[in-house]
Ligand binder design. Structure first.
Ligand SMILES: Nc1nc2c(c(=O)[nH]1)N=C([C@H](O)[C@H](O)COP(=O)(O)OP(=O)(O)OP(=O)(O)O)CN2
Ligand code: ZN
Length: 121
């Protein structure tokens, strides 16, 4: 089995008011994070080209998702009204899998906080 990974970053703001009991909770205030994303592709066979998927294609998909999320207020994006790492990972998986047939998983991390989430279909 081969695994291919592509990493990109984006910066965005959000608030998680629905996840906490009081309006004063820090999660309920609009704040920002740096997000690290991995697109993870898997396959058993390489085919005649000797690769799973051209990294150029993976990069193009990553750039489209980056442009959708970078410097945005995530709560305003349809499908990301509750922008936890978990929901962001699934959102990215659903978008990216439309153009990357071998996409197997998406990881979304906040490296400075040691927080990591992985979504697999
Ligand atoms: N399972 C999850 N738990 C939490 C998530 C999540 O997406 N999935 N998200 C959050 C919030 O985004 C929160 O802002 C993160 O807070 P915290 O880890 O405390 O880090 P800070 O932003 O407070 O870190 P600073 O160093 O103060 O900037 C919470 N839980
Ligand atoms: Zn947060």
């Amino acid at each position: 089995m081969f695994e291919q990974r592509y990493r990109f970053h984006f910066e965005a703001a959000h608030q998680l008011g629905v996840n906490v009991d009081t309006k004063d909770h820090p999660y309920a205030h609009v704040h920002g994070h740096s997000f690290e994303v991995f697109l993870i592709l898997r396959g058993k066979e390489l085919g005649p080209k000797g690769w799973l998927t051209d990294f150029g294609r993976v990069r193009k998909t990553a750039e489209e998702i980056h442009d959708l999320l970078d410097h945005r207020y995530l709560n305003d994006i349809e499908g990301l009204e509750v922008p936890t790492l978990e929901n962001i990972a699934k959102f990215i998986f659903d978008k990216a899998s439309a153009s990357l047939e071998k996409l197997a998983a998406v990881e979304v991390n906040r490296p400075s906080l040691g927080e990591q989430v992985r979504y697999e279909a």
